[in-house]
Design a protein. Sequence first.
Length: 109
Amino acid sequence: MANSNFYDEVYQVVRLIPKGRITSYGAIAEYLGTKGSSRVVGYAMGASGTAQPPVPAHRVVNRNGLLSGKFHFGGDTMEQLLESEGIHVKDNQIQNFKELFWNPSAELL
């Protein structure tokens, strides 16, 4: 599978994450049938800045709710985007992670 096609599939899933919810790289990988490729999902998020339509990459975090991709946004942009959607972030970690977690395998039946 070519990376660009996989990236497009990742972007399609990420665009479905509701405002005010978050998911993880691994949950997206598992939904796409490529469990274990969460790192590649992370690469896709890092390359998503020019994707059209836009990809809400700020809604994708690591499995512990850490803003592991925040350096791709520069400064506190990722945290600010999440906070603007009502998601509380403290010390680069999403609070109420389990309550806000959006699992594409369960939500996109």
